[in-house]
Design a protein. Structure first.
Length: 239
């Protein structure tokens, strides 16, 4: 009997993260989950599924590049599958950058959430300049090794960063990246998502694009035109 495998896989190689982004459950006092890497034993069991899948997503709530299992997954990937992951790219050795561009991974999305150093630090608690330098190195290795890896930027849109989209498009141009993906902050309501973090009283509901819908949609319309002029693919969701 021929064994059937799922066409699509979503593998969380870790629930551990090196950041505490203000809108993420990683920054909650009670995370509510064990913070662990995917075990090598589980990965071994998943290998046949990885080899036969057509679409593979290698990320979840954690930072994939921290996990030994993520790097082992890259060695197993079928070159004919569409595989992607999401990273904050805050810290990555040049050796691992080379592994990335020489792997069968097809798409690497880098979360920035802001092109502004201060806003980025406020939202993500890290140094944007380090991320930009890492992107530049990665792009250089991509060219050096003639890699087909697609590298894109992404932003979670909220009141704090909605007026920074033009600068984000300009950053894409500067980095020779052709795609900026955006999506609105999840439409969740409740005080449990509020944070007192990095000297910021973050009120989740005040940050929701649905609370400033006209401004949000006006900016999306304006930036979609600007992005087209700059030959940047700009993905968005109107509300």
């Amino acid at each position: 009997m021929t064994r059937l495998y799922p066409k699509s896989l979503n593998i969380e190689t870790t629930s551990i993260c090196n950041l505490k982004c203000v809108m993420c459950t990683q920054s909650a006092e009670d995370f509510g989950r064990a913070k662990v890497h995917l075990s090598e034993n589980t990965l071994e069991q998943l290998k046949p599924y990885i080899l036969n899948a057509e679409f593979i997503q290698l990320h979840g709530i954690g930072e994939p590049t921290l996990s030994p299992s993520f790097w082992k997954c890259l060695e197993v990937l079928n070159n004919n599958s569409w595989s992607s992951t999401n990273t904050n790219l805050v810290s990555l050795s040049e050796e691992k950058m080379i592994k990335l561009v020489n792997s069968s991974l097809k798409h690497l999305s880098v979360s920035i959430d802001s092109p502004n150093v201060e806003t980025y630090s406020k939202i993500r608690g890290a140094n944007l300049n380090n991320v930009i330098e890492n992107i530049k190195k990665l792009m250089s290795y991509k060219e050096q090794y003639k890699s087909n890896l697609t590298i894109t930027l992404n932003m979670t849109l909220m009141r704090e960063n909605i007026l920074e989209l033009k600068d984000a498009i300009d950053l894409c141009v500067d980095l020779n990246i052709n795609i900026l993906d955006t999506w609105p902050l999840n439409n969740w309501e409740g005080e449990q998502f509020n944070r007192q973090i990095r000297n910021w009283t973050f009120n989740y509901e005040d940050q929701l694009p649905w609370k400033f819908q006209e401004l949000y949609n006006d900016e999306i319309n304006k930036i979609s035109i600007y992005a087209n002029e700059k030959n940047i693919k700009f993905t968005y969701h109107k509300i």
